[in-house]
Design a protein around this ligand. Structure first.
Ligand code: 6R9
Length: 646
């Protein structure tokens, strides 16, 4: 592989880690994890100091994951209170609204007051330590207030991305049995209204939802119906609440949040993160991977509905006393310069986004970028999916003018924070590679049988030992946690990703090896889309696969078998596409939907997705062996009726 190598930047000697310190830290974390993480945990304020550090095992017989287990802390106090002495008047959150010219600035002092008021209001509604609070908000400061208010009183938040449907929201409310939802009247994205409160109302009509309180932020100004005794305005509640609320001491292993994510089978899993280990990981990685420097403006463009927003818009950034920028809107509204205008407006130093957004902007041409200044930028980040070298080079040359290192960060909802990523002062870059593991991360590449492969090889990516930011369980189903991640390769955490390691030891993520697809950086289980399709009265069976997509990375291709007697036509095709959109949310909208009188199945009835993937990719010459199919003729029909994705 002769990838162009970009050397470490000239400012490496003033960076938070240079090559030598990185090598030392990596070695220390590997040989003496207790000593290394005991020292690193000093970046947090502890109410009760811990004595035990790492107490973990991935083996079935004594499976356990505990970090700093006898220590106590409060996450909100770490993100706010401890900064008040030195930075009360520093801006904690810069907010830029969807419409240019709408903005807010919240200092650490104001953040403290807002979070205390809401924490008191939640207590007044009966929320206690360990209770689950569902948050369904747009990208507004109240989302951060709500997260931190929960953390302050030891409640567990569960954020549901505002693009999810009432059905998806209801499922997530029921799964973690939350009795309270914090939402807004509506959101605004690209000048379009998002009916959040109406979606909540619809979700609460679903069976099994037992929500007592809905707290509604007045934001977009749309009309909403407020149900007496259940719904209350956020503004009224916090206005009436006291401005001081003592942070409760929580155990390091007590849960901080649940975040639902898609897997290869079944319903989305409630990924549960800890308070101590998670916050340490978010803070440590934010510091080193972005080479964050005091006083700089940090912008992570992800929504707080995803893990990237949790760890880098809120927890990592605020734990480090940063000024974090929250942007409500989209990259292309009112035009394709918007991101870079915001960079100039706030003099952003670090910009962190998903490749899908970069590819969408790249194809509009360089002028939109070049007419802005961007001289404040120092580090650029990428997350969520593999970044193709072409987009990488564009990001580097055009957006960063060759000046800013690109940190391509590989990690997952499950990992809590960055895992494989270049520390900018320490590691030379290769476009398309997430480069090297962070201290404390022990990646291995294994073959299908689990044999560890050495040297330059390709296989499946596993992590051999625990790190502090690791998820602790699947909410309500610890066995599913163990089964999903620790049984494919016993004794190791299986990531679900394929990976190549080159001759320099650099890691190149090749994408998911399970039935998870990655659409615009959003994870989707093909099984989820299939179950939405078969829930339609006219559908007998469905098989969904990913296919390459220029902008989204992967698109969704659905094969649908209709019930006997149902006519195939364009109206039904459009109806089914809309149906999925309504059932799950716009991010799950199929890019192509092909009617399939039969699906390619083995004699034992297993759908051969390998063949469907080839058809979706239009690689019909490479279908491979079809002789084991129960009825090889179905393949010819599918090939002849392939849909060109629109
Ligand atoms: C943070 C986040 C996780 C999956 C992961 C992988 C893909 C994320 C990547 C990347 C290549 C990167 N992924 N970052 N692939 N290079 N830098 O995205 O979490 O939504 O849980 O997705 O995303 O396939 O397994 P999540």
């Amino acid at each position: 592989m002769s990838a162009h190598v970009h050397p470490v930047p000239e400012w490496a000697d003033s960076a938070s880690m240079d090559a030598e310190r990185y090598a030392q830290a990596y070695e220390a974390a590997k040989t003496d994890p207790d000593g290394y993480w005991r020292e690193q945990a000093g970046r947090l304020d502890w109410i009760t100091p811990f004595t035990s550090v790492k107490d973990t095992s991935f083996d079935e017989a004594d499976f356990r994951i505990n970090w700093f287990a006898d220590g106590q802390l409060n996450v909100a106090a770490n993100c706010i209170d401890r900064h008040l002495e030195t930075r009360a008047d520093q801006v904690a959150i810069l907010w830029e609204g969807d419409a240019p010219g709408t903005d807010r600035r919240i200092t650490y002092r104001e953040l403290h007051e807002q979070v205390c008021r809401l924490a008191n209001a939640l207590k007044g509604l009966g929320v206690a330590k360990g209770d689950r609070v569902t948050i369904y908000l747009p990208m507004i400061p109240e989302a951060a207030f709500a997260m931190l208010a929960c953390a302050r009183i030891g409640a567990i938040h569960s954020i549901v991305f505002g693009g999810f449907s009432p059905e998806s929201l209801a499922n997530r409310i029921v799964d973690c049995d939350s009795r309270i939802v914090i939402t807004a009247d509506g959101g605004c994205r690209g000048g379009k209204a998002v009916p959040l409160k109406a979606n909540v109302d619809a979700a609460l009509d679903h069976d099994g939802v037992t929500v007592d309180h809905v707290v509604v932020v007045r934001h977009s100004g749309v009309d909403v119906t407020m149900k007496d005794g259940r719904d209350q305005w956020y503004g009224d509640l916090v206005d009436a609440a006291a401005t001081d609320c003592a942070p409760v001491a929580v155990g390091a292993e007590d849960p901080l949040f649940i975040l639902y994510t898609s897997g290869s089978t079944g319903k989305p899993k409630g990924v549960l993160h800890s308070s101590g280990g998670y916050l340490l990981w978010a803070s440590y990685t934010h510091q080193h991977v972005f080479d964050y420097r005091d006083g700089e403006i940090f912008w992570c463009a992800a929504d707080v509905g995803w893990v990237t927003g949790h760890s880098y818009v809120v927890y990592g950034a605020l734990a480090n006393g940063a000024t974090t920028l929250m942007y409500e809107g989209v990259p292309n509204y009112p035009d394709f310069s918007r991101f870079w205008q915001i960079v100039d407006k706030y003099q952003v130093a670090t910009f962190y986004a998903a490749p899908t957004a970069l590819r969408a902007l790249m194809r509009e041409g360089d002028e939109w970028v070049k007419k802005t200044d961007r001289s404040s930028l120092r580090v650029l980040g990428s997350v969520g999916e593999p970044i193709n070298p072409e987009a990488w080079e564009w990001y580097h040359k055009v957006v960063g003018e060759g000046r800013c290192p690109i940190v391509d960060t590989w990690w997952q909802t499950e990992t809590g924070g960055h895992m494989i990523a270049p520390i900018p002062g320490a590691v030379a870059l290769k476009p398309g590679s997430a480069t090297l593991p962070l201290p404390g991360v022990l990646p291995q590449i294994v073959d299908a049988e689990g044999k560890v492969l050495d040297g330059a090889v390709e296989g499946n990516l596993v992590i051999a030992d625990s790190w502090p930011g690791q998820m602790r369980t699947v909410w309500g189903d610890h066995d599913r946690f163990f089964q999903t991640y620790f049984t494919t390769y016993p004794g190791k955490y299986f990531t679900g990703d394929g990976c190549r390691r080159d001759e320099d030891g650099y890691y190149w993520i090749t994408g998911r090896v399970d039935d998870v697809i990655n659409v615009s950086g959003h994870r989707m289980g093909t099984a989820e889309v299939e179950s939405a399709l078969v829930a339609h009265a006219k559908v007998a069976e469905a098989a969904v696969v990913g296919m390459p997509h220029d902008v989204k990375g992967q698109g969704i291709y659905a094969f649908v078998t209709l019930n006997a007697g149902v006519e195939e036509d364009e109206a039904l095709r459009a109806e089914l596409v809309q149906w999925v959109r309504r059932e799950i949310g716009p991010i799950a909208t199929p890019d192509a939907l092909q009617f399939a009188p039969g699906l390619p199945k083995t004699r034992s009835g297993k759908i051969m997705r390998r063949i469907l993937r080839k058809i979706a990719e239009n690689q019909v010459d490479a279908l491979g062996d079809t002789s084991t199919l129960a009825d090889p003729a179905v393949v010819d029909h599918l090939v002849a009726n392939r849909i060109e994705p629109g």
